[in-house]
Write a protein of this length. Structure first.
Length: 323
C-alpha cells in the first residue's frame, strides 16, 4: 500500500506525539521523588566564583523549599570537582527509581573545540560525553539537564536522548562568551510571573521561556549584540530549537516537567494527605498539554470530547484540593 507523503508525515507526527505522551503519563511527579544535582563550576576569577556559588546557593534554597520528596545535592567551590560530581551522580544512580525525576544543572564556564564540549571544573574538566554516560546510569526515566554555561550548545548532541530534555544557554559551541542565562533561570524559579498558566507549578518550559525573554531584554537594555541564544531539545531526535512546536513535539516534555511549586501546590506537595490529589492534578494537566499538541492530528469531535472530559475531571480534583 502506498501512503501519500502528507498522510505519512501526519502518521509520523502522531506516532512521536504518542511516544511523548507515554513518557508524560508515567507515574506522576508528585508521587515520585525529585533528584536535583547542581554544580557551580570553575570561575577562573573571584567575581565569577562568587556569582556562580551565589546562584547555586539560591537554587539550592528554592529547590529544597518547593515541597514534595526532593533530594538536593549542590556542589560548589572545592567540592565542585570531577571526582565529587562523579561520586554524587553515582549516589543518585543507586537511590533513584525509574518513576523518579532527575535534574542536573551546570553553572559556570564551558569550552568547545569543534568536536567536544567540556564543563570547566577545579582540576580536570568533564566532557558532555562523560556526563551523558554518568546520567545514563541513573534509572529515572524522566531527566533534564540545564546547561547554562558558555559554549553549552555544543553539549546537546552528546547529552540528548529520548526521556531526557536538554536546555542550553547558547545555540552552539561557538558562542563562547560568559552567559547571563543562569541568572535568569534561577530568578525565574522564584518569580510567580513565570507560572504563566497560573497552576502554582513552574514547569521547565515556563522557566526556559522566562529566562530566554529576560536574557534578550538584558542585551537590549545594554545595547549590546547578543552573544547567547538559549535553545532546548526534549524529544531526543531533533535539532535544538528556540520555541515549542506542535509539528515536531518539541516543548511537550518540558511543559510537563515541574521544577518548583508555589502557593497551594507547594502546600499540597508538603501535605501527605493531599499528595495523591496533587499527583492526579498534575497528571491531568499533562494530558491537557498532550491533547493540545495532538490536536492537529486528531478528529475534531474526539479532541473536544477528550479535552472537555479532562478539564471537568481537573476541575473536580482542584475542588478537592481547595477544601
Amino acid at each position: 500500500m502506498v501512503v501519500a507523503p502528507q498522510v505519512g508525515n501526519r502518521l509520523k507526527r502522531v506516532f512521536w506525539l504518542l511516544c511523548a505522551a507515554g513518557l508524560l503519563l508515567c507515574p506522576s511527579p508528585a508521587r515520585a521523588a525529585g533528584y536535583f544535582v547542581t554544580v557551580a563550576g570553575l570561575g577562573g576569577e573571584p567575581d565569577y566564583e562568587q556569582r556562580f556559588t551565589a546562584m547555586a546557593t539560591d537554587l539550592d534554597k528554592i529547590l529544597k523549599g518547593s515541597g514534595g520528596d526532593v533530594h538536593v545535592y549542590t556542589l560548589s567551590g572545592d567540592q565542585a570537582t570531577r571526582e565529587h560530581l562523579t561520586q554524587t551522580l553515582a549516589q543518585v544512580a543507586k537511590q533513584a527509581t525509574p518513576d523518579d525525576e532527575f535534574i542536573l544543572t551546570l553553572i559556570g564556564h564551558g569550552t568547545f573545540d569543534g568536536v567536544e564540549y567540556k564543563f570547566n571544573l577545579p582540576g580536570p574538566d568533564i566532557s558532555a560525553t562523560e556526563l551523558a554516560a554518568l546520567c545514563d546510569r541513573i534509572p529515572a526515566k524522566r531527566q533534564l539537564i540545564v546547561n547554562t554555561t558558555s559554549s553549552s550548545g555544543g553539549s546537546i548532541s552528546a547529552l540528548a536522548k529520548p526521556g531526557r530534555a536538554v536546555i542550553a544557554a547558547t545555540k552552539s559551541g561557538t558562542e563562547k562568551n560568559a552567559t547571563v542565562f543562569a541568572r535568569y533561570w534561577v530568578a525565574g524559579l522564584r518569580d510567580s510571573s513565570t507560572d504563566t498558566n497560573k497552576n502554582d507549578i513552574i514547569s521547565a518550559m515556563e522557566a526556559f521561556e522566562y529566562a530566554d525573554r529576560k536574557t534578550a531584554e538584558f542585551y537590549d537594555s545594554q545595547k549590546r549584540l547578543a552573544t547567547e541564544h538559549p535553545v532546548f531539545e526534549d524529544t531526543g531526535k531533533n535539532d535544538p530549537v528556540r520555541e515549542p512546536s506542535t509539528q515536531t513535539g518539541e516543548g511537550l516534555f518540558l511543559s510537563s516537567f515541574p521544577l518548583a511549586r508555589l502557593g497551594s501546590a507547594q502546600k499540597a506537595a508538603s501535605d501527605p494527605a493531599k499528595r495523591e490529589l496533587l499527583a492526579k492534578k498534575e497528571e491531568l494537566e499533562q494530558k491537557v498539554d498532550t491533547l493540545k499538541y495532538q490536536k492537529a492530528a486528531m478528529d475534531e469531535d474526539d479532541y473536544k470530547e477528550q479535552l472537555t472530559a479532562t478539564l471537568l475531571e481537573l476541575a473536580r480534583v482542584q475542588e478537592e484540593l481547595d477544601k
